[in-house]
Design a protein around this ligand. Structure first.
Ligand SMILES: Nc1ncnc2c1ncn2[C@@H]1O[C@H](COP(=O)(O)OP(=O)(O)O)[C@@H](O)[C@H]1O
Ligand SMILES: [Mg+2]
Length: 276
């Protein structure tokens, strides 16, 4: 459903943020994009919907070459791509319901949205989504009166208003506490499964990424240096992505990971040695 070929991004400042990234995503596939700050994670997801215009390479989404669209074609493709940001990007002075309905602006004509006249079906849809993300009854609360976790739930519900096929999620948990982070990750994953949505989730917390995301892509200085199962993220891979460090405290927590396998094997091996 998504294919990136040789994607490059050089900013006007001369910074080469992406150095030829190629990857494929199947329908309903969910991946975690990890890497140090400045590795190009945000640039990569923004190149997909052309919030950032790539310098070279191609993005093909559901058979549509994003670089060859006119304004109308690009708008149509973007409607099928939902974005969720760390900073929630809510309109502070608007209510939860108004924020959700603004996620529908891609469909509503300019004047209709100008007068904030929304389709009754959209309002119904918004109520359903609020209930699904655990915010039933919060529709009239102002965005600036919500907690971080609630704001992120509004961000998720708003991204789903346009019924996307792909979610681009940039550091969804960066400003949340550990428990709220886990709740938000679980909600995201459940929604992707329920709706068959593909997602790319930028996330700098390796343990959180490997706990919830089955496939991990590691980015270092604009280059993909790992693309494989979460359980394959080990000492060697983390050193490759982030540099030299003792990663054992992290690899011990990776589900099904090599370090865990070693630990579960260790007592058995010790027993074998004792028996010999
Ligand atoms: N708008 C921009 N203008 C110039 N350079 C940028 C811009 N956005 C990002 N960069 C540079 O591109 C590189 C990758 O940044 P980014 O994609 O934000 O990485 P990450 O999200 O992994 O932290 C960095 O060197 C950063 O300074
Ligand atoms: Mg970033």
């Amino acid at each position: 459903m998504l294919e990136l070929q040789g994607l490059e991004k050089r900013y006007a400042t001369g910074d080469l943020a992406l150095k030829g990234v190629s990857l494929q995503l199947g329908a309903g596939e969910v991946v975690g994009l990890i890497g140090p700050s400045g590795a190009g994670k945000s640039s990569l997801i923004r190149c997909i919907n052309r919030l950032v215009v790539p310098s070279a390479g191609s993005v093909v989404f559901d058979g549509v070459d994003m670089g060859r669209q006119n304004a109308r074609g690009l708008r149509a493709a973007r409607r099928r791509i939902g974005m969720i940001f760390q900073e929630y990007a809510l309109v502070e002075r608007l209510t939860v319901m108004e924020n959700l309905l603004s996620g529908r602006l891609g469909y509503t004509g300019f004047w209709a949205s100008w007068f904030r006249r929304f389709d009754a079906r959209d309002i119904e849809r918004a109520f359903g989504l609020l209930e699904r993300v655990g915010l039933a009854g919060m529709e009239d609360k102002r965005a600036d009166a919500l907690s971080g976790g609630q704001r992120q739930r509004v961000g998720i519900a708003r991204a789903l208003m346009q019924d996307p096929r792909l979610l681009l999620v940039d550091e969804p948990t960066a400003s949340l506490d550990p428990k709220t982070s886990r709740q938000v990750m679980r909600l995201l994953l459940e929604l992707c499964q329920e709706r068959g949505l593909a997602a790319i989730v930028n996330i700098h917390d390796v343990v959180l990424a490997t706990e919830y995301l089955p496939r991990i892509i590691g980015l270092r200085a604009g280059t993909v240096v790992y693309d494989g199962p979460a359980s394959g993220v080990d000492q060697r891979v983390l050193t490759h992505i982030y540099g030299d460090e003792d990663w054992s405290a992290i690899t011990r927590q990776i589900p099904g990971g090599a370090a865990q396998a070693d630990e579960t094997l260790a007592p058995a091996l010790a027993l074998q040695e004792a028996a010999a």
